[in-house]
Design a protein around this ligand. Structure first.
Ligand code: MRU
Length: 355
């Protein structure tokens, strides 16, 4: 069996968060040290760190750091100030539900500890522990997703993936890319077709970088190559991640995912979504209610620093789209595989697993 090395995108050191600056990859490996919740909020907004699970993890550390700042400034944990920290971190990006899931979990812990009248110093330590638990749980979830998901792949296959769903988007293994890693590690003959993922180029800058680190065979392709490759019978399966999965199984993910799902259906190719159960949003009934982030015009008008469009062209830059449940062959989670993607099966699946 092959053994892949671990890539970690963040490290906690002395109550400070070190993050791998994803804006600099693949040309430079730069670590930034963040020691205030504002710096952490900015790092999420500016996509220094990105990817649904990682956003949630980083925000949890940011929350613990913010509460520690309040304690250091005031000598106690002020609940009004704490709520400001919570809301600032929640305001960073709207689509990935993992952010809200993780921050609500941190907030519930804080209010519980305050109600138990624990000392402020102890509460700060417990909040850091909770953030570390969220981080570690994500790692184990990824490994489990990989284990379940790799069984779905043939011994020799070509997989198309979109965006970056690997170690850099999570605590260190990946969801969709984690499935690919696990399949490769188990000895399968895998070739990955990596969409470059305009405009932010998470595919070319980040996924290709990870695959090079691991020595996993791959080809980088332009986003508009997918249909052609499918029509030639080159692609055996599509695997993508998710930023939010609603009660009926609709999936928000990086812009372009929906297009891939339609192409996959047309060419009779399985279309898999890999995500931890923290990505399910059971309070939202369907995908049309998911807030879709729109980002700056500059991301589209420029490639790096170079202008690739007239400066006064107007741009629409949607960061995510929604793939209807009906287009998804299966959702791979850390608790198993949901192979009928609809409200009834999702609700039962999660309920029987205590989620
Ligand atoms: O804008 P990003 O880079 O945060 O978007 C990332 C994605 O869309 C991923 O596919 C998704 O978060 C799943 S990551 C395991």
């Amino acid at each position: 069996m092959r053994r892949l090395k671990d890539i970690r995108p963040i490290e906690l050191e002395d109550k400070k968060l070190k993050v791998l600056n994803q804006l600099k990859l693949p040309t430079e490996v730069e670590w930034l040290e963040l020691d205030s919740y504002e710096e952490i909020a900015k790092s999420i907004e500016d996509m220094v760190v990105r990817g649904a699970p990682l956003i949630g993890i980083v925000a949890s550390y940011g929350f613990a750091i913010g509460i520690n700042q309040i304690f250091k400034e005031k000598g106690y944990i002020d609940i009004v100030e704490s709520e400001k920290v919570l809301n600032r971190l929640k305001s960073t990006r709207p689509t990935a539900v993992n952010l809200f899931w993780a921050l609500n979990r941190m907030w519930n812990k804080l209010t519980k500890y305050l109600a138990e009248e624990r000392s402020s110093g102890e509460i700060v330590d417990l909040l850091f522990k909770e953030a570390e638990r969220i981080d570690l749980e994500d790692y184990h979830a990824n490994k489990s997703i990989g284990g379940y998901g790799q069984v779905l792949l043939k011994e020799k296959c070509n997989i198309l993936t979109h965006c970056n769903t690997g170690a850099l988007a999570t605590s260190g293994w990946g969801t969709a890319l984690g499935v690919i890693r696990s399949a490769y590690e188990s000895g399968k003959d895998i070739t990955v077709y990596v969409d470059e993922t305009r405009p932010y180029l998470q595919g070319s800058r980040l996924t290709a970088w990870e695959l090079v680190q691991e020595g996993i065979p791959h080809y980088l392709i332009t986003d508009n190559s997918a249909g052609f490759l499918m029509s030639k019978g080159v692609i055996d399966a599509v695997i993508v991640g998710a930023d939010r999965i609603t009660r009926n199984g609709d999936v928000a993910n990086k812009i372009g995912t929906y297009t891939l799902s339609i192409l996959a259906e047309y060419h009779d190719i399985p279309f898999y979504v890999a995500a931890p159960t923290s990505t399910f949003d059971l309070e939202t009934s369907s995908g049309d209610q998911i807030p879709i982030e729109e980002r700056s015009e500059e991301e589209v008008k420029r490639c790096g620093k170079n202008l690739v469009a007239p400066d006064d062209t107007e741009v629409k830059n949607y960061s995510f789209d929604v793939t209807p449940a009906s287009k998804i062959t299966a959702i791979i989670t850390e608790k198993g595989i949901i192979s009928h993607v609809d409200e009834e099966h999702i609700t039962k699946f999660l309920k029987y697993r205590g989620i």
